[in-house]
Ligand binder design. Sequence first.
Ligand SMILES: NC(=O)c1ccc[n+]([C@@H]2O[C@H](COP(=O)([O-])OP(=O)(O)OC[C@H]3O[C@@H](n4cnc5c(N)ncnc54)[C@H](OP(=O)(O)O)[C@@H]3O)[C@@H](O)[C@H]2O)c1
Length: 250
Amino acid sequence: MRIGLIGYGRMGQAVERAATARGHMITGVIRRDTPLDACLQVAQQSDALIDFSHADAVLAHVELALQTRTPLIIGATGWDAQREAIAQQVQANGGSVLYAPNFSIAVQVFLQQAVSLAAQLLTLEGWDVAIEEIHHRGKADAPSGTARALATRLQHALDNRRTAQYPAPADHRLPDAQFSVGVVRIGSEFGTHRLMLDGPYDWIELTHRAKSRDGFAYGAVRAAEWLVGRTGFYNFAEVLHEILAHKEER
Ligand SMILES: NC(=O)c1ccc[n+]([C@@H]2O[C@H](COP(=O)([O-])OP(=O)(O)OC[C@H]3O[C@@H](n4cnc5c(N)ncnc54)[C@H](OP(=O)(O)O)[C@@H]3O)[C@@H](O)[C@H]2O)c1
């Protein structure tokens, strides 16, 4: 497969390694200052584009993908507010986009288990829940897209009886109907997400810690292999089982 990279920072470089390791070719890199005609050329020469750039640029990259009819993987985070409008634009134009706030396959399994664990225990009296995420100082958005996804899925599982509060209020106690989503920024940490459950007699923690960026890059390349030949707007978590079963392209 021929893959065009959008953004060539920490993740863009990890995707290049993961794609090459799976036998794919990198057609080119689209950077912040790449002229439009060069962006069009990279997109036209690619079977798929993989975007790990910045939230502010996601809409422009979707438009590039629609104009050139190139499938687009979006790994950049922090554009949740635009998601519905982008989904409609992609569907109305017969485009092909797959996104995830976290392309780690292990994180997707962690999220499923975390929601199930919390939903079961919070039916019991006296249990409380909180989420914490820890990332490197260079991360542009907070809380992380993964922490937001965990909070949203937990809210749904609890029928919105409890809602996420971020950041935690500084001037008053946290109402019982809310739970905290804590943010820590330190050094070069790749990404840690933790679910904490506090009960009358027990404390439970479930933690996922990325050992490198390679797991995110690997998941994004697997997603690109699956997306080629399909149209629609897809969420990685919702089609992960199909992606894992997909063996055509190596
Ligand atoms: N979904 C996942 O699994 C996952 C995992 C890790 C990270 N992320 C997200 O992926 C994004 C990138 O993370 P990172 O750690 O790689 O950040 P990074 O090291 O800062 O790299 C971002 C790169 O994108 C470039 N860029 C910014 N605006 C651009 C534009 N308009 N067009 C093209 N390139 C542009 C930046 O260029 P400049 O240096 O010139 O600004 C930089 O090279 C972030 O949103 C992060 O939260 C997602």
